[in-house]
Structures are given as structure tokens and as C-alpha cells.
Design a protein around this ligand. Structure first.
Ligand code: SF4
Length: 174
């Protein structure tokens, strides 16, 4: 890790803590006292990734740190996630459109079902049928776009949460 990268990392942590208002979080980020190389491991250094994630796992601001890294595009391990894992989170977040017209809701439902199949490694015919029924009923009832979206997401949400697709589930709850 270059000297510049070290400074960038230190700056990133400083900006995060400043943004959080310098509160007493009931603990402190151990990464501040750890060799920064642990949080920017060379490719293949799974051992360091493991150490960094364990440190983040004890951190009281892990969730805020992860979110901050997602939004800022920071490099290295932040909030217990690698850059690749954060890219996955972003992709998943794009899967569900909570608000939109009937076509957008249908497409979002299809993408969420595909994500569920992908995560579970199996097809989900029962769930698909359920979603199709909900969309058909919405058509028959002349439901508003918002009601249609809510109905679909109520069906999908437990499965998303069960499979740990929390980021989609958070979007659902938004
Ligand atoms: S979650 Fe990890 S990277 Fe973020 S402040 Fe805490 S220890 Fe540092």
C-alpha cells in the first residue's frame, strides 16, 4: 500500500467519523490502530481479508461504514465488505423498483424472483405463481401502481430476507 493510499484511507475514516458527529459509539473503530495493509490486501490474501472482517465485525459503526463506502466508492475493506461484495450489493439494490408503473413493477418482480432463484440455486415456481396471481388481481381490481408494487413486495419480502438478500428487503421496506 502506497503512502498516498494510507493517507487516503486515514482521510476516509476521519470523514466518516466527522459525518457521524463524533458521538460516543460505545466502542471505537479498531481499523484506526491496525496496519492499513490489512484493509487493502493484495489479491489472494484471504487471510488478511478474514482478519479485516473480524475487526469490522466488532466495530460499532460497521453499518454506517459500509453504507459510506458504497456511496463513496472507497477502495479496500470497509464495513466488513470487500470492493467486490459492495459491487454485488449495489447490483442487488438495483433489482427492485419500489415505485413505478405497472410494467416497471412487473419487471422489478421478475428481477427479484431471478435473484431469489440465483441465491437459492433452485427455481421457485410456487412463488412465481403467487406473484403472477397478485399482478393479475391488481389488474382486475384496477389497483394503483403503488398498491401493486406493495402487494408484490409483501409476497417477496420474507423470501428475500430468508435468503439474506437484505439489501433488496431494505428497499422493499423503504
Ligand atoms: S467497520 Fe471496519 S473499516 Fe469501518 S470503521 Fe469499523 S473497523 Fe474501520
Amino acid at each position: 500500500m502506497s503512502a498516498l493510499d494510507r493517507i487516503e484511507r486515514g482521510d476516509g475514516l476521519y470523514r466518516l467519523l466527522t459525518r457521524l458527529g463524533g458521538e460516543d459509539f460505545g466502542g471505537h473503530p479498531e481499523c484506526a490502530e491496525t496496519d492499513p495493509d490489512v484493509f487493502s490486501p493484495e489479491p489472494g490474501r484471504r487471510d488478511l481479508v478474514k482478519v479485516a472482517k473480524a475487526i469490522c465485525g466488532r466495530c460499532p459503526i460497521k453499518a454506517a461504514c459500509r453504507e459510506n463506502a458504497i456511496r463513496s466508492g472507497a477502495r479496500g475493506i470497509w464495513g466488513g465488505t470487500t470492493e467486490g461484495e459492495r459491487r454485488q450489493i449495489v447490483r442487488r439494490r438495483k433489482l427492485v423498483v419500489v415505485q413505478g408503473n405497472a410494467d416497471e413493477v412487473s419487471r422489478a418482480a421478475e428481477r427479484a424472483l431471478a435473484a431469489i432463484e440465483d441465491a437459492s440455486g433452485a427455481s421457485v415456481p410456487g412463488l412465481r405463481r403467487h406473484v403472477e396471481d397478485v399482478l393479475r388481481w391488481a389488474d382486475e381490481n384496477g389497483d394503483s401502481d403503488a398498491d401493486r408494487a406493495e402487494a408484490v413486495l409483501i409476497v417477496l419480502r420474507p423470501e428475500l430476507q430468508y435468503l439474506g438478500l437484505d439489501d433488496i428487503a431494505e428497499e422493499v421496506a423503504a
